[in-house]
Design a protein around this ligand. Structure first.
Ligand SMILES: *Cc1c(COP(=O)(O)O)cnc(C)c1O
Length: 327
């Protein structure tokens, strides 16, 4: 166990771009959203909401008994630095929650710039859901001074579901030690102590750890996390080009604005009168899987998850099918 976890830790540092010790839980990513709140928020948190997962972070904070102030923009849009500065000036909070890549809308928040704004304020923890950005687009935990960065196994890491991973700053751990009600099972301090000795906190689902070890070695073989980012950037660019060159004539358009699009998931509006669910089902009959829109956008958008181990070539094959179906 010690050997396995030590090997994984080294490679996870590269993935999270941190000198710290990443932690691993054999639970889903949402569990670490709860850890972020319980071990990171003293009294009041500012939750940035631009879709379903931002809402979830806020709801968890509320369920953990914290005061929650939300800063919300319409789905598909992103919260920009000046909006965050304005919100932080108006309400005194001790933490901010933020979803980097909002999987429900395909929008990518300008994380580096938002982090700079948070750091203009004293002692405000920045808690980041990087579930569909980490391993698929740049997330610089140390350089951007992110206090808690969490992800899961089944998105850009292309692993079976069942793992939550996170990196944390020193000051996050210091904050945690001052909070009396961190809970028992999802206590960051306990996780950090165990990681110190390359031990799990409780009995982990060991098979998932073997899977993680294999996938981290494969990422290394691909050329490291930067090569993986690049492949994802190319998949986004290929999809954007297809929408520009072919899709727009058929009435397809991107939901988020240019430069605010996730590198891992493209959320695209379908033409008026068409149903994203039906397009999804027809593609599925042909052996291709995309997602319909999320929640209220189930019918009006589709989402292409060009993340994980997919390639540009596979994506182009999918887009040919999609074009036929929409036309
Ligand atoms: C999938 C997802 C989650 C939740 O992950 P689970 O592993 O299902 O708990 C949280 N945030 C984002 C942005 C996601 O895409």
């Amino acid at each position: 166990m010690t050997d396995l976890l030590a090997g994984i830790e080294d490679r996870l540092r590269g993935l999270f771009r941190t000198k710290g010790r990443p932690i691993i839980g054999t639970c889903s990513a949402t569990a670490f959203m709860e850890m972020a709140i319980r071990s990171g928020v003293r009294h009041r948190v500012l939750s940035l909401v631009s879709g379903a997962f931002g809402k979830r972070f806020a709801a968890i904070a509320q369920a953990c008994g914290r005061d929650v102030v939300t800063l919300e923009v319409a789905p598909g849009q992103t919260i920009e630095p000046h909006m965050l500065r304005d919100a932080l000036t108006r309400s005194e909070v001790d933490a901010v929650t933020l979803v980097h890549s909002e999987t429900s809308t395909g929008a990518l928040a300008p994380l580096e710039q938002l982090a700079e704004v948070v750091h203009e304020y004293d002692d405000v923890m920045l808690l980041v859901d990087a579930v569909t950005s980490l391993a698929g687009s740049p997330v610089e935990t140390d350089e951007w001074k992110l206090d808690f960065v969490l992800t899961g196994a089944q998105k850009a890491l292309a692993l079976p579901p069942g793992l939550a991973l996170a990196a944390h700053s020193e000051r996050m751990l210091e904050r945690a030690t001052t909070l009396p009600e961190r809970g028992g099972y999802l206590d960051l301090v306990a996780y950090a102590d165990a990681a110190e000795n390359h031990q799990p906190t409780n009995t982990p689902a060991i098979s998932f750890l073997y899977a993680l070890d294999v996938q981290l070695r494969r990422i290394e073989a691909e050329g490291g996390v930067e090569a993986r980012w690049q492949r994802h950037r190319e998949m986004l660019q290929a999809t954007e080009k297809w929408v520009d060159d072919r899709g727009s004539a058929l009435g397809l358009s991107y939901f988020p604005a240019k430069d605010r699009r996730s590198w891992t998931v493209s959320c695209i509006r379908v033409p008026g009168g068409r149903n994203g669910r039906e397009i999804q089902h027809t593609l599925s009959d042909r052996g291709w899987m995309i997602a319909s829109g999320y929640g209220e956008f189930k019918k009006s958008t589709i989402r292409i998850g060009h993340m994980g181990d997919h390639t540009v070539d596979e994506l182009l094959d999918l887009l040919v099918q999609l074009e036929e179906i929409v036309a």
